[in-house]
Design a protein around this ligand. Sequence first.
Ligand SMILES: *Cc1c(COP(=O)(O)O)cnc(C)c1O
Length: 374
Amino acid sequence: MSDIKDLCELSPAYVRAIAPYQPGKPITELAREFGLDERAIVKLASNENPRGISPKALAAVKAALPELARYPDGFELTQALSQRLGVAMQQIVLGNGSNDVLELAGMAFLAPGCSAVYSQHAFAVYPLATQARGARSIVVPAKNFGHDLEAMLAAIQPDTHVVFIANPNNPTGTMLTAAELESFLSRAPKNVIVVVDEAYNEYLDPALRCPSVKWVGRFPNLIVTRTFSKVYGLAGLRVGYGVCHAQVADLLNRVRQPFNVNNLAIAAAVAALTDEDFVRESYELNVAGMAQLLAGCKRLGLAWIPSYGNFVTVEIPRAGTQSQAGAVFQKLLKLGVIVRPLAGYAMPDHLRVTTGLPQENARFLEALEAALKV
Ligand SMILES: *Cc1c(COP(=O)(O)O)cnc(C)c1O
């Protein structure tokens, strides 16, 4: 009778139990739903770079177009990263976004009967990468919305193969200091892989950045992941990387699709690495945008979680005991402003907003003020 049900049950129960990732609402979708003009929509929902792709990266993409009949070769990007980071090429694993590298860590080190440790309110890909392998999740309660490293250390079990740490974390924006992280790495069991996800590393004040790539030399169980999706402005091309011990990289490469990063992404990433002006200007734009958003929230009497990323998570006051964040999110949509609701992160009273261009931040604050009034 119900053949499709039987078919679906061929899929392991742990796959069927996965709650799908909820992306930020695309501009095109909101335009369709509300009949809005795409150009009038402000999207501050996915921590994208509001300046768009760097001109150098764009030129590189255009120059690479005639080569699209060929399979990609990651050599040039791997070499550029190896020189930039001062590690061997064998220590670098390219990913279709750093999301891919997080999945590769799961594929290479997790299986049914193992567990992964990560924090409450941590990046949504950690539960996905864990559940997709049939491994058990050990979710450690957060401390002031950030990772509680002492509790995470204590939560590691004999069957724990991977610990995921986001620094800074998304969606909370919280940061661990280099001293805290180094202390964790030196005390964590040597036979547990520790993934330190540094998607927002380039948005940190240089004085606050961890020497995480250097630590790879001391901690063979460490995998550092970075991305071109954020400050480099290449979210749509999907390119990121991991840095780790060469033998760990070898394992990740065995489960990696041979051509996981495409020609255009490789060309853009190589060029983006050289575009220091673009990175510096993007960093400065974020500093200014953060100040603008925080001043606006202060004026509106709102509380926020201090953030070290290119976004800030704002608390929407309840009406009595009733959470209002969902309603405010919907009202913002009607006003053409897309932010990110965080109910899926067990933060039903918060909205996450990405720093935008000055006029986008102003539009958001204006819309927020209106949405809070009604
Ligand atoms: C955005 C983000 C990523 C990177 O995603 P990509 O797959 O590289 O686009 C990874 N980790 C965190 C915490 C992020 O917020």
